[in-house]
Design a protein around this ligand. Sequence first.
Ligand SMILES: Cc1cc2nc3c(=O)[nH]c(=O)nc-3n(C[C@H](O)[C@H](O)[C@H](O)COP(=O)(O)OP(=O)(O)OC[C@H]3O[C@@H](n4cnc5c(N)ncnc54)[C@H](O)[C@@H]3O)c2cc1C
Length: 572
Amino acid sequence: MAAEMGLSIDAPAIVDPDRHAWDWEADLVIVGFGGAGIAAAVEALEAGLSVIAVDRFEGGGSTAVNGGVFYAGGGTSVQIEAGESDDPQAMLDYLRIEAGEVVADETLRRFVAESPQTIDWLRRHGAPFEGSVWRAKCSYPPLDHFLYHSDNSLVADYVARAKPAARGHRVYKTNGGKAWGLGAGITDPLTRAALDAGLQLHRFAEAHQLVRDAAGQVVGVNVHAMPAGDDALPRLVHHCRRAEAWLATLPPSLPFASLTMARSRHHQRKAAAIEARRRVPRSIRARYGVLLSTGGFVTNSRMLARFAPKYRDAMPNATLGEQGAGILLGMSAGGATALMDRVSGWRFINPPKAWSDAIVVNRAGRRFVDETVYGATLGEHIVERQDGRAWLIYDRTARRQAFAQARDPHIVPFQRDVTLLNLVMNYRKATSLAALGRSVGIDSAELERTVATYNRAIADDAADAFGKKRADRQPIVTPPFYAMDISVDSRFLPLPIITVGGLQVDEGTGQVRDDAGERIDGLYAAGRTAIGIASQTYVSGLSFADCVFSGRRVARAIAVLKARDGAIVQSP
Ligand SMILES: Cc1cc2nc3c(=O)[nH]c(=O)nc-3n(C[C@H](O)[C@H](O)[C@H](O)COP(=O)(O)OP(=O)(O)OC[C@H]3O[C@@H](n4cnc5c(N)ncnc54)[C@H](O)[C@@H]3O)c2cc1C
């Protein structure tokens, strides 16, 4: 399977752990030092475990470059400072809607109960949060606000089922006098804390094989590692950073992206050539457990095509490390997977609010959702239930408003750029709805009926067919009319995606389970390598929060094992 998926993952080696020639040894060995791995390392070291972490690149993973949104609530210190009223029951009610039965109710309760302490734990380790709340619905708050509704909680249908609260905690890094939302606001201070507490971190060390003993217990991992102090290391770092930077310069579907992609591939080839010459094999013993935390598999095009082909034309939203290595390593030891076809695609259409005040239709010319839903909910509707095709329909008034909203000082630069690009490049225009429908291939008669129904409900002050609030509806009456392509493969509005399926784990410990549901001794998984709270539905911040929750869970479970061991050794 691994070779088919383009990665060289070997079948587990079987050794006698007491005779095998190990290079390094620790209580816990962490494979993948991103969000989940870093949280696990800090928790484990503070519980008295020795820890080795290896990372394919420099560490930090997708988490360090993410938007910094961390989902938390139930009365966190940040919410209290912001005067935001929330309680654990309200958060639980809400998350039950999003998470469904992807984890046991007990696990969800634990996640919610721990949430305020998690924020305090992160703050204690130096992560900056601030209690300034942005109350309007939006996909990302203005730069000077740090708490917002990063989910569906303000959408009418959800308000009826769970008391809303702002739970998107935006952590940040300061640059040029501005506080940019960035996951490094958490990963940097936590990495420092782990190193200060004695972490052995091996950067540019790629795990390719698990090591088991004769009884099947996972007792270690084999890696290809750059030797410490190798004089080629600065060049390797340079090429890897350039490869990532070029990759992030332009979405692959935009004009000139073939040039930036080619530059990225050039640096990837240079890096691979250095690795081929310089890396050496290292065998690492894990006395109590190996944690697989290499993220999901969204940058592995072969895995995506195999498991989630509907998203082939979407835009992978991750750093190069999320290639599925951890999932494939887990599978090599018999680990079972679930929800591998589950992908979260983010179709954000507010800001500008004028867009979400308008309507979204499918090929049949019909609406299918309240357009104010959270971006990943809209993305799921489009890809999973509408065959990947959808258009935003708006009129001249909305277009003018959208241009004005793009110039609003509160809008974040990336939101402004995406809005302007799509207002200028991504539209079809016609003087009548019928002509518009014909020009984009939507059922014209049905489109006319859909718009008439939408407008009539507004004029009559009647309820919307999808429960959309009155304040979020604007009639579509002033020609010309516009259609913006928001399909899965939209050229100017690419659909950013992350994978959310992964290895099945015991929800108390994070231990990987096999097809029979049995726990595999010595093998653990966390973050997007595993099934977690965000695996049914992602809302902003939920993946990050799940990484920290699931990473710390593994560290605690291993600390219990070691404590038990100590008790046995010490007992007469
Ligand atoms: C631009 C962007 C914005 C986002 N914004 C948010 C947000 O605001 N909030 C949120 O919740 N989510 C967000 N996400 C999603 C979220 O960041 C990821 O789902 C999450 O960070 C995954 O964390 P992880 O610990 O599972 O993996 P990662 O943080 O990616 O860490 C995995 C690590 O494993 C390493 N690795 C891979 N293979 C190997 C191997 N064979 N051996 C050793 N090491 C290996 C990688 O180099 C990497 O460092 C965003 C993602 C992106 C890209």
